[in-house]
Design a protein around this ligand. Structure first.
Ligand code: NAP
Length: 256
């Protein structure tokens, strides 16, 4: 255990915590003293490893993995039930689960478009709706942090992904306006290019242009995104609401 107390007494729920950025967010929350739950569409060695590492950082029993597909309303409801059953409350929710199906608009099938929207946007809606219901019932405010992308401004071959991430921004700003007076804060982290399974198949030329267009001349690390989420979840961010915080290494837009 690290002894950090920044999120002590808080319960954090992270969607898509089995690998990549979500895994780093789970571990950052555990390191900050929170009890932390996360979901993925399947459980196995990867989720076991995340639970073990979070328990090592936060203490035995501080982490919970739940199988849930955020695109399923039934799964999302069961996910929250499981978190409250185990930890009695939920204080901070991180919409991290995301997928892409990159293709030019005319080559994007309706099935692929719907799949991306279902996970990245409808999933976030289902999670936010239940989260706010819980926050209001608990009466002590709450935090929502959603992981968006530079692509929210539009990006070649990413019609579905860009639409989902742009929608996430609108959803977040609406929650910020509707529930700020109840102490519910909602923000987005606009992420640049981080090497994970999601970006593994990116074309080598595009990869080079992304790095070249990034003033830091390198890709981001999942831990660097998790550090921003940890800040937004903490009391140090008590006056940040409806914001899109950029963690892009200075990348201004996705090269075409
Ligand atoms: N990597 C980047 O450069 C980058 C840039 C900008 C934004 N982002 C955003 O950052 C977030 C995390 O991306 P990543 O790069 O870490 O991706 P990743 O390595 O592919 O991890 C995605 C995570 O989400 C889970 N997941 C996917 N669909 C799900 C669903 N329907 N229900 C529940 N869990 C689901 C995955 O687990 P299962 O597959 O087991 O379900 C996995 O844990 C995404 O929202 C992504 O759009 C990433």
């Amino acid at each position: 255990m690290t002894g950090s107390t920044e999120l002590r007494d808080k319960v954090v729920l992270v969607t898509g915590g089995s690998r990549g950025i979500g895994r780093a967010i789970v571990l950052a929350a555990a390191d900050a003293g929170a009890r932390v739950a996360f979901c993925a569409r399947s459980l196995g060695p990867a989720t076991d490893e995340v639970v073990a590492e979070a328990d090592r950082l936060g203490g035995p029993g501080s982490a919970l993995a739940v199988r849930a597909d955020v695109a399923s309303e039934t799964d999302v409801e069961a996910l929250f039930d499981a978190v409250i059953d185990r930890f009695d409350q939920v204080d901070i929710v991180v919409n991290n689960a995301g997928i892409n199906r990159d293709a030019l608009l005319v080559q994007t099938s309706t099935v692929d478009f719907d799949a991306v929207i279902a996970t990245n946007l409808t999933g976030a809606f289902l999670v936010c709706r239940r989260a706010v219901q819980e926050f209001l019932a608990q009466g002590d405010g709450g935090r929502i942090v959603s992981i968006s992308s530079m692509s929210q401004a539009g990006a070649t071959s990413q019609a579905a992904y860009a639409a989902s991430k742009g929608g996430l921004l609108g959803l977040t700003r609406t929650i910020a306006k509707e529930y700020g007076h109840k102490g519910v804060l909602a923000n987005v982290v606009t992420v640049g290019y981080v090497e994970t399974d999601l970006t593994r198949d990116i074309d080598a030329t595009l990869r080079r242009s992304l790095v070249a267009a990034t003033p830091l001349r390198r890709t981001g690390r999942p831990e660097e995104i998790a550090a921003v989420v940890r800040f937004l979840a903490s009391a140090r961010a008590d006056y940040i609401n409806g914001a899109a915080v950029r963690a892009t290494g200075g990348l201004e837009e996705v090269p075409t």
